[in-house]
Design a protein around this ligand. Structure first.
Ligand code: ATP
Ligand code: MG
Length: 415
């Protein structure tokens, strides 16, 4: 029986000139990790595509679906792999068209790459086209706008034949855009924000601030569930959890009520920035969206942002909640985010939070408690769990505490 495999198409990677092979190799590595346990025999680059072959030579729709979730994948086709025998590839073309679902019009499209095969593509189009016309006499050929195109691609000594291909998540292979630290809650927004920068090729290291010991650790488990849900895309290497409850109590006692949230957020960003430095990450990511809640006005974003030097990326800044929720469905985090759990955001909340913070008042409140010692302490108390889904993730060498001591000394000199 003719072999069935998955043919992976990517376009953005194709545009990267000299870096192209780096991008392709990274995608191959990431696919190996994402498809563990799915009976894959080989993943190889063939003429602008990646071929995923299974041990039983019968790739399934399930395998194609797993491939589609990997960043960098534009489309996936379940293809037949034949030799150069005309009768064989024509039969595969008939089969592929028969499996393409509803259609009225079709065309054959032959391509040749690095092959010495004697037939030219025009000739192949005619041969395959007439086999298809014979098999589907009630359907019409339309060379301009066909419902289905049957591709017959000759590469070296093989022919790949497919009719349908389904879109992948797009983006770039994880590991080609550096590392970021993402501020992760179990709400709807930050899992989506994390996924979005991961899809653009960044290795993500989420940091979650829990209300422990003032609240239960439910939110920490939900964040782990979020990371597990994101596993098929292979974007997360490690999750940090920082117990923040006690410190929030201290802040709430020290600063004016309306500014509490801004102070919590400034501490959270500084702790995340330190972790990012330890991790060698180059930016922070939050799930903020303009005006969504009190803390997300322009004034408050500026008041929080002022606490750090590292760029803060906000991939959802212009998104509506409905769009974010639709994406949460797609990436599999929706059900987790529907579960409510108290975390640091529900603890010691003011009755009336400031919505248009003035910077001078923010800075005054900031100086009213020992934020430096607090940030240092919180970084030291960070706990973490590693996930094996992201092959490009490398943990910081040595123990976090030692690095932290070095970093504090260095930052003390810098700031
Ligand atoms: P989300 O749906 O991501 O929880 P939100 O709509 O609840 O966001 P906020 O509570 O204002 O909005 O949080 C804004 C951003 O701050 C979040 O998207 C996230 O990046 C970060 N953040 C909020 N709470 C936490 C937390 N407990 N741990 C880590 N980051 C957090
Ligand atoms: Mg939230």
């Amino acid at each position: 029986m003719t072999e069935r495999l998955c043919l992976v198409h990517y376009h953005e990677i194709g545009l990267k000139g000299k870096n192209r092979s780096t991008f392709e190799n990274q995608l191959v590595t990431n696919l190996h990790r994402a498809l563990r346990g799915m009976g894959v025999a080989s993943i190889s680059r063939i003429s602008g595509h990646i071929a995923v072959e299974t041990e039983d030579r019968r790739a399934t729709e399930e395998l194609a679906a797993a491939i589609r979730r990997v960043p960098g994948v534009a489309r996936v086709s379940l293809a037949y792999k034949c030799g150069l025998d005309e009768a064989e590839y024509c039969a595969a073309a008939v089969r592929a068209l028969g499996e393409a679902g509803e259609f009225e019009t079709f065309k054959a499209h032959a391509r040749r790459s690095s092959t010495t095969y004697e037939r030219h593509s025009l000739e192949m189009n005619q041969i395959v086209g007439s086999a298809l016309c014979e098999a589907f006499p009630q359907k019409k050929v339309d060379v301009h706008y066909p419902d289905v195109t049957v591709v017959v691609h000759v590469v070296q000594g093989s022919t790949f034949v497919y009719a349908a291909s389904a879109p992948g998540v797009g983006g770039l292979p994880v590991g080609t855009a550096g590392k970021v630290v993402t501020l992760l809650s179990s709400g709807f927004d930050s899992p989506v924000a994390t996924w979005m920068v991961g899809r653009r090729g960044a290795i993500c290291v989420p940091v979650h601030f829990s209300g422990r010991p003032m609240t239960a650790d439910t939110s920490e488990w939900l964040c782990q569930d979020v990371v597990e849900a994101l596993a098929p895309s292979g974007i997360v290497g490690r999750l940090y959890v920082v117990p923040f409850g006690e410190r929030q109590r201290e802040i709430s006692l020290a600063v004016p009520q309306g500014l509490r949230i801004i102070m919590y957020r400034r501490v959270m960003l500084q702790v995340s920035e330190r972790i990012a430095q330890l991790e060698g990450a180059k930016a922070l990511v939050t799930g903020e969206s303009l005006g969504q809640v009190a803390s997300q006005t322009l004034e408050n974003i500026a008041a929080v942002n002022e606490a750090v030097e590292m760029p803060v990326l906000r991939p959802l800044i212009g998104s509506d909640k409905q769009e974010i929720i639709a994406r949460a469905h797609e990436i599999g985090t929706y059900d987790i985010s529907c579960q409510t759990a108290p975390d640091c955001c529900t603890l010691f909340m003011p009755r009336r939070p400031e919505t248009h913070a003035r910077m001078c008042e923010v800075l005054e409140a900031w100086e009213s408690f020992d934020h430096e010692a607090m940030v240092a302490d919180l970084v030291e108390s960070a706990e973490w769990r590693d996930f094996s889904q992201c092959p490009s993730y490398h943990a910081p060498k040595g123990r976090l505490r030692e690095h932290h001591a070095e970093l504090s000394a260095w930052m003390g000199g810098e700031r």
